[in-house]
Write a protein that binds this ligand. Structure first.
Ligand code: B12
Ligand code: SF4
Length: 464
């Protein structure tokens, strides 16, 4: 059968094309069972005409959409603008998983997938191929012709990740994705995260299927996938985009040993600061690690513990950054402003802690309440957002939909724009001024304008 994946990647800050691990995995599974797949990547502009064209020329049997919550409105636009569809339509990804009511709310959508989709999608395609109704496939909710919904139970999280085929990166224009991200290929070897931060979807996703949520691939399988990617694409660096690469010490040890023996490419990882000590940082550095991206998120110990579900002290954060520095690893900190109950004074603690850590680069985004998370529920309960409000008509993470008495929208946006400047102004005025522009309203056009020299700018501002 022919399955056309539709991946919307619209109105996202930064302007780089992106790869989608989930779609890569689903496509690999279908292809390994003899089905044909194609991708319609909607990047830059919302252009439904191009999708209509792809559907009419390729004539797929199934249209398979994937969406995070901030992208779901574009999927709805597609359904509104292109109906009626002849192919069977199915939506998966974080939004369908956490907001399954979207099936009822989207005329023309035939099914959704709750959670992991490799086997559910394969079984759906096989059932349709046999000409049968796909009413009894675990993880799928199906809309019948009379509008009633069949809610099938969820199957356990897939235990053995090594048994799944490698992601089908060839479905994407993978080389230009690599090129657009400073010649860096994105890979991922685990699923889930052991932590429970209230603003992140992980705690909600872990409840949607039974079984073990946090799983890692075997190191041999990771090496085989890296080998495959670097032998077929022009790659200068790798970014292992696992939620928390350092969560399992035995994995890191074995991975570093195997990687060092075979590859000579710098790599970046994501980590929690409390996982980082001299031993692990030296091991990472020795294996070729270039940069550790650390979720700092907020500088107040009390606020992190009481509102964000992050029970870690400032001393632990400082010690994690210090260990990276001693090992010669670059650091990048991720931060958020505009959390419910945050105030300008609490945000100043985030500025202060970052200024003290002086990471090689900092990233800040404005808090977005993702449906199904504890913080989105809190926002609703406190009246900071309206029910059914999931996003605004702005580039995500650059503005807020929250209405809070102690931290106004104008103040939040101002803090977002001036954060990086305030972190760096005492360390490097040149970097601070550049980042002041980058986060200004002119930032997006500026990024596009400076595209030809973005590598140089990255070295000045991020050190890599
Ligand atoms: C890697 C990653 C990225 C990558 C890759 C993008 C992508 N969409 O995969 C990059 C860096 C580009 C990215 C960007 C963004 N991301 Co992101 N990202 C992740 C991360 C860390 C891992 C996702 C992943 O690859 N998992 C592994 C794969 C195999 O699983 P999967 O994608 O979930 O797919 C499986 C199932 O969902 C299902 N499935 C998925 N699609 C479909 C479709 C069909 C038809 C079927 C049947 C099944 C199905 O089957 C797949 C295989 O089992 C998650 C955190 C997390 N733990 O989920 C955040 C996460 C998904 N991202 C998030 C967000 C908000 C974004 C951005 C909007 C951020 C921004 N403003 O820039 C953008 C949106 C980009 C876009 N257009 O989708 C949120 C989504 C929240 C929500 N509830 O919607 C998450 C959950 C993080 C968080 N803060 O909670 N992201
Ligand atoms: S550590 Fe990061 S990925 Fe894990 S739950 Fe917290 S925010 Fe999400």
């Amino acid at each position: 059968m022919k399955v056309l994946f539709v991946y919307t990647d619209l109105n996202v800050r930064g302007g780089a094309q992106s790869y989608h691990f989930g779609i890569g995995m689903l496509s690999a599974m279908l292809k390994s069972h003899g089905h044909e797949t194609q991708l319609h990547y909607m990047f830059g502009n919302y252009d439904p005409a191009a999708l209509t064209q792809t559907i009419s020329t390729w004539q797929p049997d199934v249209l398979a959409f994937s969406a995070v919550s901030p992208q779901f409105s574009y999927v709805q636009h597609i359904f509104r603008d292109l109906q009626p569809f002849k192919p069977f339509t199915v939506l998966g990804g974080q939004h369908a998983t956490l907001v399954p009511e979207c099936l009822e709310q989207t005329p023309g959508l035939d099914a959704i997938c709750i959670g992991e989709g490799e086997y559910p999608l394969l079984e759906l395609v096989q059932t349709l191929e046999r000409g049968e109704r796909p009413d009894q496939i675990a993880n799928l909710w199906i809309k019948r012709e009379d509008g009633t919904i069949v809610r099938n139970p969820s199957r356990p999280f897939h235990e053995k990740l090594d048994s799944l085929p490698f992601a089908d990166v060839d479905l994407f224009d993978y080389q230009s994705i690599i090129n657009s991200d400073f010649n860096t290929a994105l890979l991922m070897f685990s699923r889930g995260c052991p932590y429970n931060c209230t603003f992140c979807s992980n705690h909600a996703l872990r409840k949607m299927q039974p079984g073990t949520y946090v799983r890692y691939r075997g190191v041999e399988s990771c090496m085989a996938e890296i080998r495959d990617v670097v032998s077929r694409y022009r790659v200068k660096a790798l970014y292992f985009n696992d939620d928390c690469f350092t969560a399992r010490r035995d994995f890191v040890t074995e991975f570093c040993r195997a990687y060092k023996a075979e590859f000579n490419l710098p790599f970046d990882i994501n980590a929690r600061p409390e996982n980082l000590n001299d031993d692990i940082c030296r091991m990472l550095k020795d294996a070729g690690c270039r940069r550790v991206c650390i979720g700092l998120e907020n500088g107040s110990e009390k606020f992190r513990k009481e509102v964000l579900g992050r029970n870690q002290s400032n001393a632990q954060i400082e010690s994690g950054f210090a260990a990276c520095r001693r090992a010669g690893l670059k650091t990048k900190s991720f931060n958020i402003v505009g959390f419910p109950f945050e105030t300008p004074a609490i945000h100043q603690e985030t500025v202060k802690l970052n200024a003290k850590m002086n990471p090689d680069s900092v990233i800040i985004g404005i808090f977005e309440p993702y449906p199904g998370t504890k913080l989105a529920d809190l926002c609703l309960k406190e009246g900071f957002i309206e029910p059914a409000q999931t996003g605004g008509e702005f580039v995500g993470r650059t503005d807020t939909i929250l209405k809070m008495p102690n931290f106004s929208r104008e103040q939040i946006v101002h803090c977002f724009r001036t954060f990086a400047y305030n972190v760096y102004r005492r360390h490097s005025l040149r970097k601070a001024i550049f980042l002041r522009f980058y986060y200004s309203p002119l930032g997006e056009p500026l990024i596009r304008l400076l595209k030809p020299i973005k590598g140089i700018l990255r070295r000045i501002t991020m050190g890599v």
